[in-house]
Design a protein around this ligand. Structure first.
Ligand code: NAP
Length: 287
Protein backbone atom coordinates (compact mmCIF):
# COMPACT_ATOMS: atom_id res chain seq x y z
CA UNK A 1 0.00 0.00 0.00
CA UNK A 2 1.35 3.47 -0.93
CA UNK A 3 0.89 6.04 1.81
CA UNK A 4 1.16 9.81 1.53
CA UNK A 5 1.85 12.28 4.32
CA UNK A 6 1.16 16.01 4.20
CA UNK A 7 2.16 18.22 7.17
CA UNK A 8 5.52 17.32 8.69
CA UNK A 9 5.51 19.38 11.89
CA UNK A 10 6.33 18.03 15.35
CA UNK A 11 3.70 15.28 15.13
CA UNK A 12 3.54 14.62 11.38
CA UNK A 13 7.29 14.08 10.98
CA UNK A 14 7.39 11.53 13.82
CA UNK A 15 4.26 9.73 12.60
CA UNK A 16 5.54 9.60 9.01
CA UNK A 17 8.88 8.20 10.23
CA UNK A 18 7.00 5.33 11.88
CA UNK A 19 5.23 4.54 8.61
CA UNK A 20 8.62 4.19 6.94
CA UNK A 21 9.83 1.97 9.80
CA UNK A 22 6.76 -0.22 9.27
CA UNK A 23 7.81 -0.70 5.64
CA UNK A 24 5.28 1.46 3.78
CA UNK A 25 6.17 3.25 0.54
CA UNK A 26 5.85 6.89 1.57
CA UNK A 27 5.35 10.09 -0.42
CA UNK A 28 5.61 13.37 1.53
CA UNK A 29 4.95 17.09 1.18
CA UNK A 30 5.39 19.98 3.60
CA UNK A 31 4.95 23.74 3.15
CA UNK A 32 8.52 24.27 4.39
CA UNK A 33 10.22 21.70 2.14
CA UNK A 34 13.35 21.25 4.29
CA UNK A 35 11.26 19.25 6.80
CA UNK A 36 10.96 16.50 4.14
CA UNK A 37 14.74 15.94 4.12
CA UNK A 38 15.15 13.52 7.09
CA UNK A 39 12.32 11.38 5.75
CA UNK A 40 13.75 11.38 2.22
CA UNK A 41 17.08 10.29 3.71
CA UNK A 42 15.20 7.33 5.24
CA UNK A 43 13.54 6.32 1.97
CA UNK A 44 10.51 8.59 1.43
CA UNK A 45 9.83 10.39 -1.85
CA UNK A 46 9.18 14.15 -1.68
CA UNK A 47 6.88 15.82 -4.22
CA UNK A 48 6.07 19.46 -4.88
CA UNK A 49 2.30 19.63 -4.23
CA UNK A 50 -0.26 17.97 -1.91
CA UNK A 51 -2.09 16.93 -5.10
CA UNK A 52 0.89 14.83 -6.19
CA UNK A 53 0.88 13.14 -2.78
CA UNK A 54 -2.75 12.13 -3.35
CA UNK A 55 -2.11 11.03 -6.92
CA UNK A 56 0.68 8.65 -5.89
CA UNK A 57 -0.97 7.25 -2.73
CA UNK A 58 -3.73 4.81 -1.80
CA UNK A 59 -4.16 6.55 1.55
CA UNK A 60 -3.26 10.21 2.14
CA UNK A 61 -2.56 11.28 5.73
CA UNK A 62 -2.59 14.94 6.81
CA UNK A 63 -1.43 16.43 10.12
CA UNK A 64 -2.02 20.17 9.99
CA UNK A 65 -1.81 22.95 12.58
CA UNK A 66 -5.26 24.55 12.24
CA UNK A 67 -8.53 24.41 10.24
CA UNK A 68 -7.03 27.06 7.91
CA UNK A 69 -3.98 24.88 7.30
CA UNK A 70 -6.25 21.89 6.58
CA UNK A 71 -8.06 23.93 3.92
CA UNK A 72 -4.80 25.27 2.50
CA UNK A 73 -3.54 21.77 1.66
CA UNK A 74 -6.98 20.34 0.82
CA UNK A 75 -8.38 22.84 -1.68
CA UNK A 76 -7.37 24.34 -5.01
CA UNK A 77 -5.69 23.00 -8.14
CA UNK A 78 -2.68 21.71 -6.16
CA UNK A 79 -4.67 20.46 -3.18
CA UNK A 80 -5.17 16.92 -1.90
CA UNK A 81 -8.75 16.74 -3.20
CA UNK A 82 -7.61 17.41 -6.76
CA UNK A 83 -5.64 14.17 -6.60
CA UNK A 84 -8.33 12.06 -4.90
CA UNK A 85 -10.22 9.38 -6.85
CA UNK A 86 -12.48 6.38 -6.21
CA UNK A 87 -10.67 3.72 -4.13
CA UNK A 88 -8.44 6.21 -2.33
CA UNK A 89 -8.66 7.19 1.35
CA UNK A 90 -8.13 10.54 3.10
CA UNK A 91 -7.06 10.37 6.73
CA UNK A 92 -6.93 13.69 8.61
CA UNK A 93 -5.14 13.58 11.98
CA UNK A 94 -5.31 17.35 12.62
CA UNK A 95 -7.14 18.71 15.69
CA UNK A 96 -9.82 20.91 14.14
CA UNK A 97 -13.50 21.85 14.38
CA UNK A 98 -16.19 19.44 13.24
CA UNK A 99 -17.50 21.78 10.52
CA UNK A 100 -14.17 21.75 8.63
CA UNK A 101 -13.92 18.00 9.11
CA UNK A 102 -17.45 17.40 7.81
CA UNK A 103 -16.71 19.57 4.78
CA UNK A 104 -13.57 17.55 4.01
CA UNK A 105 -15.63 14.35 4.27
CA UNK A 106 -18.26 15.73 1.89
CA UNK A 107 -15.68 16.88 -0.67
CA UNK A 108 -13.67 13.63 -0.51
CA UNK A 109 -16.82 11.53 -0.96
CA UNK A 110 -17.86 13.74 -3.89
CA UNK A 111 -14.69 12.52 -5.60
CA UNK A 112 -15.53 8.90 -4.79
CA UNK A 113 -12.92 8.64 -2.02
CA UNK A 114 -13.40 7.59 1.62
CA UNK A 115 -12.65 9.82 4.62
CA UNK A 116 -11.71 9.49 8.28
CA UNK A 117 -11.06 12.26 10.79
CA UNK A 118 -8.53 10.84 13.22
CA UNK A 119 -7.20 13.35 15.78
CA UNK A 120 -4.62 11.94 18.16
CA UNK A 121 -3.86 12.16 21.87
CA UNK A 122 -0.22 12.00 22.93
CA UNK A 123 2.58 14.43 22.22
CA UNK A 124 6.03 14.39 20.59
CA UNK A 125 7.35 11.33 22.50
CA UNK A 126 4.28 9.10 22.00
CA UNK A 127 4.34 10.12 18.31
CA UNK A 128 8.00 9.00 18.12
CA UNK A 129 7.30 5.80 20.07
CA UNK A 130 4.17 4.95 18.03
CA UNK A 131 2.07 4.95 21.20
CA UNK A 132 -0.52 7.57 20.24
CA UNK A 133 -4.22 7.21 20.95
CA UNK A 134 -6.06 7.67 17.64
CA UNK A 135 -9.74 8.67 17.69
CA UNK A 136 -11.19 7.89 14.26
CA UNK A 137 -14.62 8.63 12.82
CA UNK A 138 -16.08 8.48 9.33
CA UNK A 139 -16.10 5.71 6.72
CA UNK A 140 -15.90 2.34 8.46
CA UNK A 141 -14.50 0.65 5.33
CA UNK A 142 -11.53 3.02 5.39
CA UNK A 143 -11.07 2.41 9.11
CA UNK A 144 -10.79 -1.32 8.44
CA UNK A 145 -8.33 -0.86 5.53
CA UNK A 146 -6.26 1.77 7.33
CA UNK A 147 -6.11 -0.01 10.70
CA UNK A 148 -2.61 -1.47 10.12
CA UNK A 149 -1.45 1.98 8.99
CA UNK A 150 -2.80 3.56 12.18
CA UNK A 151 -1.34 0.73 14.26
CA UNK A 152 2.09 1.70 12.94
CA UNK A 153 1.61 5.08 14.68
CA UNK A 154 -0.57 4.38 17.72
CA UNK A 155 -1.26 1.87 20.46
CA UNK A 156 -4.97 2.58 21.04
CA UNK A 157 -7.22 3.07 18.01
CA UNK A 158 -10.91 3.82 18.53
CA UNK A 159 -13.74 4.04 16.00
CA UNK A 160 -16.27 6.65 17.12
CA UNK A 161 -18.92 6.53 14.39
CA UNK A 162 -19.85 9.43 12.17
CA UNK A 163 -17.56 12.33 11.19
CA UNK A 164 -17.59 14.99 13.91
CA UNK A 165 -17.50 12.59 16.85
CA UNK A 166 -13.70 12.29 16.86
CA UNK A 167 -13.30 16.07 16.64
CA UNK A 168 -15.72 16.44 19.58
CA UNK A 169 -13.89 13.78 21.60
CA UNK A 170 -10.49 15.36 20.98
CA UNK A 171 -11.72 18.82 22.02
CA UNK A 172 -13.21 17.44 25.26
CA UNK A 173 -9.90 15.67 25.93
CA UNK A 174 -7.82 18.81 25.41
CA UNK A 175 -10.16 21.02 27.41
CA UNK A 176 -9.44 18.75 30.39
CA UNK A 177 -5.70 18.78 29.67
CA UNK A 178 -5.55 22.59 29.40
CA UNK A 179 -7.31 22.96 32.75
CA UNK A 180 -5.05 20.39 34.42
CA UNK A 181 -1.97 22.27 33.26
CA UNK A 182 -3.39 25.61 34.47
CA UNK A 183 -4.16 24.10 37.91
CA UNK A 184 -0.70 22.56 38.15
CA UNK A 185 0.89 25.93 37.26
CA UNK A 186 -1.20 27.79 39.87
CA UNK A 187 -0.65 25.22 42.61
CA UNK A 188 3.11 25.25 42.00
CA UNK A 189 3.20 29.08 41.93
CA UNK A 190 1.35 29.20 45.26
CA UNK A 191 3.69 26.63 46.77
CA UNK A 192 6.79 28.49 45.52
CA UNK A 193 5.58 31.83 46.84
CA UNK A 194 4.82 30.20 50.19
CA UNK A 195 8.39 28.99 50.47
CA UNK A 196 7.71 25.30 49.83
CA UNK A 197 10.03 22.83 48.10
CA UNK A 198 8.48 22.17 44.66
CA UNK A 199 10.08 18.76 44.27
CA UNK A 200 8.29 17.75 47.48
CA UNK A 201 5.01 19.11 46.11
CA UNK A 202 5.50 16.97 42.98
CA UNK A 203 6.24 13.97 45.21
CA UNK A 204 3.01 14.56 47.14
CA UNK A 205 1.00 14.86 43.91
CA UNK A 206 2.58 11.74 42.47
CA UNK A 207 1.84 9.60 45.50
CA UNK A 208 -1.92 10.15 45.50
CA UNK A 209 -5.02 10.07 43.33
CA UNK A 210 -3.74 12.98 41.17
CA UNK A 211 -0.67 11.08 40.00
CA UNK A 212 -0.43 11.26 36.20
CA UNK A 213 2.24 11.18 33.47
CA UNK A 214 1.65 14.82 32.48
CA UNK A 215 2.42 16.18 35.96
CA UNK A 216 5.45 13.85 36.17
CA UNK A 217 6.71 15.01 32.76
CA UNK A 218 6.01 18.75 32.96
CA UNK A 219 6.26 19.39 36.73
CA UNK A 220 10.08 19.46 36.96
CA UNK A 221 10.36 21.93 34.03
CA UNK A 222 7.80 24.22 35.68
CA UNK A 223 9.69 23.96 39.00
CA UNK A 224 12.94 24.91 37.26
CA UNK A 225 11.20 27.69 35.28
CA UNK A 226 13.66 26.73 32.53
CA UNK A 227 13.08 26.83 28.78
CA UNK A 228 9.97 25.14 27.49
CA UNK A 229 10.92 23.60 24.10
CA UNK A 230 7.67 22.75 22.34
CA UNK A 231 6.29 19.21 22.49
CA UNK A 232 2.74 20.55 22.32
CA UNK A 233 2.96 24.23 21.27
CA UNK A 234 0.96 26.59 23.48
CA UNK A 235 -0.65 28.22 20.43
CA UNK A 236 -2.23 24.85 19.56
CA UNK A 237 -3.60 24.42 23.09
CA UNK A 238 -5.25 27.84 22.88
CA UNK A 239 -6.68 26.88 19.47
CA UNK A 240 -8.17 23.73 21.02
CA UNK A 241 -9.71 25.67 23.92
CA UNK A 242 -11.16 28.16 21.43
CA UNK A 243 -12.69 25.33 19.39
CA UNK A 244 -13.99 23.59 22.54
CA UNK A 245 -15.68 26.80 23.71
CA UNK A 246 -17.25 27.20 20.28
CA UNK A 247 -18.59 23.65 20.45
CA UNK A 248 -19.95 24.41 23.94
CA UNK A 249 -21.77 27.46 22.55
CA UNK A 250 -23.38 25.29 19.89
CA UNK A 251 -24.63 22.66 22.31
CA UNK A 252 -25.39 25.23 25.05
CA UNK A 253 -23.06 23.66 27.62
CA UNK A 254 -21.77 26.11 30.26
CA UNK A 255 -17.99 25.84 30.74
CA UNK A 256 -17.22 27.93 33.83
CA UNK A 257 -13.62 26.81 34.28
CA UNK A 258 -12.57 26.37 30.64
CA UNK A 259 -13.69 29.91 29.75
CA UNK A 260 -11.26 31.30 32.34
CA UNK A 261 -8.53 28.84 31.42
CA UNK A 262 -8.82 30.03 27.81
CA UNK A 263 -8.19 33.63 28.95
CA UNK A 264 -5.03 32.45 30.69
CA UNK A 265 -3.70 30.81 27.51
CA UNK A 266 -4.70 33.89 25.49
CA UNK A 267 -2.63 35.97 27.92
CA UNK A 268 0.31 33.61 27.46
CA UNK A 269 -0.04 33.89 23.67
CA UNK A 270 -0.07 37.68 23.93
CA UNK A 271 3.15 37.48 25.99
CA UNK A 272 4.89 35.77 23.09
CA UNK A 273 4.78 32.21 24.47
CA UNK A 274 2.83 30.67 21.56
CA UNK A 275 5.71 28.65 20.15
CA UNK A 276 6.81 27.34 23.56
CA UNK A 277 5.38 24.19 25.10
CA UNK A 278 1.97 24.71 26.70
CA UNK A 279 3.60 24.22 30.12
CA UNK A 280 5.00 27.74 29.58
CA UNK A 281 1.59 29.02 30.69
CA UNK A 282 3.23 28.69 34.15
CA UNK A 283 5.40 31.72 33.27
CA UNK A 284 2.31 33.92 33.11
CA UNK A 285 0.91 32.49 36.36
CA UNK A 286 4.21 32.91 38.21
CA UNK A 287 4.47 36.55 37.11
P1 NAP B 1 3.37 22.01 14.16
O1 NAP B 1 4.67 21.44 14.58
O2 NAP B 1 3.08 23.44 14.37
O3 NAP B 1 3.14 21.61 12.61
C1 NAP B 1 2.06 22.11 11.90
C2 NAP B 1 2.08 21.68 10.46
O4 NAP B 1 1.08 22.45 9.74
C3 NAP B 1 3.41 21.97 9.75
O5 NAP B 1 3.63 20.96 8.79
C4 NAP B 1 3.13 23.31 9.06
O6 NAP B 1 3.95 23.56 7.95
C5 NAP B 1 1.71 23.09 8.63
N1 NAP B 1 1.00 24.33 8.30
C6 NAP B 1 0.63 25.32 9.14
N2 NAP B 1 -0.02 26.29 8.45
C7 NAP B 1 -0.03 25.91 7.15
C8 NAP B 1 -0.54 26.48 5.96
N3 NAP B 1 -1.21 27.64 5.96
N4 NAP B 1 -0.37 25.82 4.79
C9 NAP B 1 0.28 24.63 4.77
N5 NAP B 1 0.78 24.03 5.87
C10 NAP B 1 0.63 24.65 7.05
O7 NAP B 1 2.15 21.25 14.89
P2 NAP B 1 2.07 19.81 15.57
O8 NAP B 1 2.46 19.92 17.00
O9 NAP B 1 2.71 18.80 14.69
O10 NAP B 1 0.47 19.62 15.58
C11 NAP B 1 -0.25 19.32 14.41
C12 NAP B 1 -1.71 19.10 14.81
O11 NAP B 1 -1.80 18.04 15.76
C13 NAP B 1 -2.37 20.32 15.47
O12 NAP B 1 -3.74 20.35 15.09
C14 NAP B 1 -2.23 20.01 16.97
O13 NAP B 1 -3.24 20.67 17.73
C15 NAP B 1 -2.39 18.51 16.97
N6 NAP B 1 -1.73 17.79 18.05
C16 NAP B 1 -0.49 18.15 18.49
C17 NAP B 1 0.11 17.45 19.53
C18 NAP B 1 1.46 17.82 20.07
O14 NAP B 1 1.75 17.43 21.21
N7 NAP B 1 2.30 18.55 19.35
C19 NAP B 1 -0.56 16.37 20.11
C20 NAP B 1 -1.81 15.99 19.63
C21 NAP B 1 -2.39 16.70 18.60
P3 NAP B 1 5.39 24.30 8.14
O15 NAP B 1 6.32 23.23 8.59
O16 NAP B 1 5.69 24.85 6.79
O17 NAP B 1 5.17 25.38 9.17
Amino acid sequence: MNIGFVGLGIMGSAMAANLLKAGYQLTVWNRSPEKCEPLVASGAKAVTTPRQVAETSDIVCAMMATPQAVMAVRDGADGILAGMAPGKGYLDFSTIDLETSKETARLARERGALFLEAPVAGSRKPAEDATLTIMAAGDRALFDTALPVMEAMGKKILFLGEVGNAARMKLANNLIMGGMMASLAEGMALAARSGLDLSQLLEVLDSGAMSNPMFRLKGPAIAANAEFPPAFPLKHMQKDLRLALRLAEEVCQPLFVAATVNELYKGALASGLGDSDFAAVSRLVRG
